[in-house]
Design a protein around this ligand. Structure first.
Ligand SMILES: [Fe+2]
Ligand SMILES: [Fe+2]
Length: 342
């Protein structure tokens, strides 16, 4: 079993027979002085001044009249649970989607022949992500101790929605191609620019330690973003046409898996706040109109969509159609038009 785990590649087949490139510019040269695991302290939740747990605009159910009518304590409780969900999502994303892929790259077992410095940098990413998982867990435990509200990491906790969504996606791939998706999921999740990472560090309404925890994470993710863009540049040309045609149309599904709100978790929280099933349905539907969800996902994925276009992924007709149907090209088109006009 252990030998098998050692030998197993992410992408099946003989790595040496795939297209390869030596191109790579490392952004980890100053990792020892820049990585949050090296230079940032453990963030303390207790003892700081007050604030919000999460930006209400990023969890719009708390702005709905059926929720605000229940009072400020209910709103605060929901924002706390949203923060918990984010911390839990982060822990599971690192542990289950990013670290295993970075470990395989560090072992030289991605199934691609990557430049040697990419392997060395993958070790640093494993360390960064383990630290992110650790401090997210630790921070939730501290808040739970301070507030008395049970944290999100109990063994009975429901899995974050993205896990089931990714499983469904994997099921849609032919057996001999399975494995490619894990590398692709890592590329997708590491190159999306979520409003959480970009907005929270600057949002002065929030508890300061919340902003600091997210800022520590966001700074490392800037380097990871560049790294996984390089992974994509190596990955796409190395795939066979059949592999590209199989996974390309599923990329939008993966993007949505990571960015679409966790409706079931939210329904659970709203039920806990005393809302009826009908009220929950109304609050969820009116807070997240499908069109605005699609637009915010397209914005967060705009750079990734651009990288995929650059890599030639959208030259495949089914992949292009899938991006169009998911509304992911709206931003790309708009920015292209904008650039042409300036
Ligand atoms: Fe991370
Ligand atoms: Fe990362």
């Amino acid at each position: 079993m252990h030998i098998e785990a050692f030998q197993e590649q992410l992408i099946q087949g003989h790595a040496g027979s795939r297209v390869r490139s030596a191109e790579y510019a490392s952004r980890f040269g100053r990792w020892d002085t820049l990585a949050s695991v090296r230079r940032r302290p453990r963030r303390d939740f207790a003892g700081g001044e007050g604030g919000l747990y999460f930006p209400p605009e990023l969890y719009p159910v708390v702005l709905h009249p059926l929720v605000t009518a229940r009072g400020a304590d209910v709103v605060e409780g929901l924002l706390l649970r949203r923060l918990y969900d984010y911390l839990h999502f982060t822990t599971e994303l690192e542990n289950l989607a990013v670290i295993p892929v970075a470990v395989k790259i560090s072992q030289g077992r991605s199934g691609l022949v990557l430049p040697e410095p990419m392997r060395a940098d993958a070790y640093k990413i494993v360390t960064d992500e383990a630290w992110h998982a650790q401090f997210s867990y630790d921070f939730a435990c501290q808040i739970s101790a301070e507030t008395g509200v049970a944290g999100p990491h109990s063994a009975q906790a429901a899995p974050p929605a993205f896990l089931a969504r990714l499983d469904e996606l994997r099921e849609r791939l032919p057996h001999e191609i399975r494995g490619v998706e894990s590398l692709l999921f890592a590329v997708v999740s590491e190159t999306l620019i979520s409003s959480i990472l970009s907005d929270i560090p600057r949002d002065e309404r929030l508890y300061r330690p919340v902003r600091e925890v997210v800022r520590d994470h966001a700074e490392d993710e800037g380097r990871h973003h560049v790294y996984f863009r390089s992974v994509l540049r190596h990955l796409w040309p190395a795939l066979t046409p059949r592999e590209r045609q199989a996974v390309g149309p599923l990329v939008p599904v993966a993007i949505h898996a990571f960015l679409e709100p966790d409706y079931l978790r939210t329904a659970h929280h709203l039920r806990g706040a005393g809302l009826s099933t009908d009220e929950i349905g109304q609050v969820v539907a009116e807070s997240w109109p499908p069109q605005s969800v699609r637009q915010s996902i397209a914005r967060a994925a705009a750079q990734l969509t651009h990288y995929l276009t650059e890599a030639g992924a959208l030259e495949d007709a089914r992949t292009l159609a899938s991006f169009e149907e998911s509304g992911l090209l709206l931003t790309e088109r708009r920015s292209t038009t904008g650039a042409a006009g300036s």
